[in-house]
Design a protein around this ligand. Structure first.
Ligand code: INI
Length: 163
């Protein structure tokens, strides 16, 4: 038996955690994610957007959302652009590991839509409207995983852990 997710996610609830740092980029990621959710027939009232200062703050906000038991998936959006110091490396590592830890420790799908680019131009391309938008890509992964886990059963979302 094969079990797959769906491209239609009506009834699923999503949290989007988005950081303000490089907001001209993260707002493009947020638009891409929102559009993908609406295209998947997700109800607007089932999308909660949580704003945080920077990528470093994303994991703890994602943990709150995942532990709330109200969401079928969490979508994390942020933008790190490499500078002249080690700052980028530390925050990128913390954000990516932190986000993965939230997903594995809570069992809630958490999609990684945090850009880690070498240049401003790379970030602009990846946050522009269209297929290459990484917020959209993260939302599509969240839709697939949320609907997959609904089909698998034994859910956690909405119920705080009860099957
Ligand atoms: N946060 C980002 O999201 N992107 C960056 O490129 C960035 N840089 O370059 O510093 C950044 N820093 C802020 C960081 O995420 C925290 O908000 C801050 O350290 C406070 O905890």
């Amino acid at each position: 038996m094969d079990i797959r997710g769906s491209v239609v996610a009506t009834g699923c609830r999503f949290a989007i955690v988005v950081s303000r740092f490089n907001v001209e980029i993260t707002s493009g990621l947020l638009s891409g994610a929102r559009s993908a959710l609406l295209e998947a027939a997700v109800n607007e009232e089932d999308v909660t957007v949580i704003h945080v200062p920077g990528a470093f703050e994303i994991p703890v906000a994602a943990l709150h959302a995942a532990q709330a038991g109200r969401f079928d998936a969490v979508i994390c959006l942020g933008c790190l652009i490499k500078g002249d110091t080690m700052h980028f490396e530390y925050i990128a590592e913390a954000a990516s590991q932190g986000i993965m830890n939230v997903s594995v420790s809570t069992g809630v799908p958490v999609a990684f839509g945090v850009l880690t680019t070498m240049t401003d131009e790379q970030a602009v391309v990846r946050s522009a409207p269209g297929e290459g938008n990484k917020g959209r890509e993260a939302a599509l992964a969240a839709i697939e995983m949320a609907t997959l886990f609904k089909r698998l059963g034994g859910g956690h979302a909405h119920t705080g852990g009860a099957a």
